[in-house]
Design a protein around this ligand. Sequence first.
Ligand code: ARG
Length: 274
Amino acid sequence: MSTPQILMCPPQFYGIEYEINPWMSTARQADHALANQQWADLRAILEKTGSTIAEVVPVAGLPDLVFTANAALVFGKRAVLAHFKHAQRQGEEVHFRAWLEANGWEVIAPPPNFSFEGAGDALFCGDTLFAGYRMRSDARGHQAIVELLGVRVLPLELVDPYYYHLDTCFCPLAPDEAIYFPAAFDDYGRRVLAENVPHLHEVAEVEARNFACNAVVVGKSVITNTGCPELHSLLRSLDYNPVDTPLSEFVKAGGSAKCLTLRLDGEEAAGWKV
Ligand code: ARG
């Protein structure tokens, strides 16, 4: 197996400069030194799993550029670039595009007039792309994207503004296994998940609030924010190796471990993984 490759962006210009989700309050700033430390610790843990970390150069005035999960949906050597819903993040698109092009990806623009927030809302579990919509990405945009890529998509409506990206409430672990927070979906979405993921495990609300579902999976290692003990014991019983690391400063922006990363060679759970 080739070395896992992950894209990150150092938090040099990270901060809570606007409010585009219910976690964010400009009155509750991130501690800059602590954010730097937490980010560096996460990076070191990922390196210990054997991953190679690539970096996007941080840009002043783009505080959320650290959340590289939103850059694009990577599919082999093609990448469907994000088009952010909120103007505050649209300035990131050109930087993500430049990095991907410079590093050999064929960048596909998302369909015009739709918002699409990359791997934050589009996660493979096996050969199926699970795609979150309503809060940030548009359902019809997902449809157009899968026509471009020729994959099967299952759209999932997100119903709770605290879980505004799919990666805050659903995390594939393996091609037939995932964790999720049921209350973030409607009945239909819960049924779609139950019928299409053979081994589907629930995360409790207190741990979902600690971003338990926002996990980075590398091989059998599953990295999350602190405060997810129930999930970690479940993972151990399933033969995974959970690791926690404090990410409080990023939670203030509505993000955690997974949001700070973009897997470039395919998620562990993705059927197409190289
Ligand atoms: N403040 C960012 C936003 O609201 C956080 C993004 C988190 N990313 C994620 N993949 N869930 O867009």
